[in-house]
Design a protein around this ligand. Structure first.
Ligand code: FES
Ligand code: FES
Length: 158
């Protein structure tokens, strides 16, 4: 089947999509957007998180056909050209990236959190990121990055 969807503001078409194919596969293998990672393919790790019509979802759990006519925003779509999104910058500055496999999903999830809750408490950050697993960082630097991005966005930090 053919699937037409909008990804990062561009209308895209994927042909010969099979019925069981995931949105994650379409993004990575057909549309050349490898930012969203395929770690578990079972909805367990959050590394494939993207926005679908403005809400974060695990792209590995969305059938490609379900994305027909809808809007997807991936981690690649958060940056403004060469300029990283403040959440991406904060992850780099705080050393919240090691192997990087979890990072795209965490960045999208954190981006959503601070859009909804400008200065989240630590409990709110932990709850928002509970579905995103990281094997490397121990999470402390990830929390630091989200705090920094939120503070900058709210204008309470440089
Ligand atoms: S790859 Fe989708 S949740 Fe792990
Ligand atoms: S940085 Fe390696 S899984 Fe998170």
């Amino acid at each position: 089947m053919r699937v037409r969807l909008t990804v990062n503001g561009r209308v895209e078409t994927a042909d010969d999509v099979w019925e069981g194919e995931s949105l994650l596969y379409v993004l990575r293998e057909r549309l050349g957007l490898p930012g969203s990672k395929n770690a578990c393919e079972q909805g367990e790790c959050g590394s494939c998180t993207v926005y679908l019509d403005g809400l974060p979802v695990c792209a590995c759990l969305v059938a490609a056909g379900q994305a027909e006519g809808r809007e997807v925003r991936t981690v690649e779509g958060l940056a403004d050209g060469d300029r990283l999104d403040p959440v991406q910058e904060a992850f780099v500055e705080c050393g919240a990236v090691q192997c990087g496999f979890c990072t795209p999903g965490l960045v999208v999830q954190a981006h959503d959190l601070i859009a909804r809750v400008p200065l989240p408490s630590d409990a709110e950050i932990r709850e928002a990121l509970a579905g995103n697993l990281c094997r490397c960082t121990g999470y402390e630097k990830i929390l630091d990055a989200v705090r920094l991005a939120a503070a900058r966005r709210a204008g309470t930090s440089r």
